[in-house]
Design a protein around this ligand. Structure first.
Ligand code: SF4
Length: 238
């Protein structure tokens, strides 16, 4: 089986998730990905996982873009975290895609997130990023998801193929405790809402703090029958 990525013919059979043991240092996975996929690109929402990945990627030699989709509904704390990170890592290029200036910007009906969150995410998150990726055409994306974030992510491998682009997930096997310990040891600027129980932070209308024992992502779209924004669902949409 081969997959055409850019002008290269890449053979996924040459790589299996078993190539890296679960305890492999994420920097090793990132260095492999940098060699394998020039033009690799990192979308980020600057959650705990994203902040840790960003720091590890910078250490591993990543010097590409960090792409954030501003839906118009982000918490001020999230935007401030982005700005703090941009100042801390001048070697990286922070790109913000503006899906809309505010909830009342006319891009979508102001209450679309309540009436049809799938349509709201599609218009304000997936479509802007998709459009940008279509322009840049990176062969692969660096992603911060980890298995213990949610039961729906329990099988995430280091490398996902089969979608439009390869997804490289260096933190796939890291636990929340390991991420927190790393962030504390390196004094990373974690979104302050995290310490108030917002273990996964998206737009303010669709995020609540999680209760003890809940999945880290249980506070996303709670009660709306939705668990993913659609960017990474099935590893295929991007
Ligand atoms: Fe809209 Fe909520 Fe999705 Fe943000 S998370 S784009 S507000 S539905």
């Amino acid at each position: 089986m081969t997959a055409e990525i850019g002008r290269e013919i890449w053979t996924p059979d040459a790589f299996t998730p078993e190539t890296f043991a679960p305890g492999t240092d994420p920097r090793e996975v990132i260095r492999w990905a940098l060699g394998e996929f020039p033009g690799l690109l990192m979308p980020s929402a600057f959650n705990l996982n994203g902040v840790v990945l960003l720091d590890l990627a910078a250490q591993a030699g990543y010097r590409g873009e960090v792409v954030f989709v501003d839906t118009g509904y982000h918490f001020p704390e999230t935007l401030a975290t982005r700005d703090t990170l941009a100042a801390r890592y001048p070697e990286l290029t922070f790109v913000t895609l503006n899906a809309g200036a505010s909830p009342d910007d006319g891009q979508t009906p102001p209450d679309l997130y309540a009436a049809d969150p799938d349509a709201c995410c599609a218009a304000r998150k997936v479509e802007p990023l998709q459009r940008y990726l279509n322009q840049k055409n990176p062969p692969a994306l660096l992603n911060a998801r980890s298995r213990d974030q949610a039961s729906t992510r329990a099988d995430i491998p280091f490398v996902e193929t089969g979608g439009r682009r390869v997804k490289v997930n260096p933190l796939a096997h890291w636990t929340r405790e390991a991420l927190e310990a790393y962030a504390a040891a390196h004094e990373l600027p974690v979104n302050p809402l995290y310490h108030d129980g917002f273990l996964s932070i998206g737009c303010w209308p669709c995020t609540r703090a999680v209760k003890p024992g809940e999945d880290a992502r249980a506070g996303r779209w709670a009660g709306k029958g939705k668990t993913e924004c659609g960017l990474w669902q099935g590893g295929n949409s991007l």
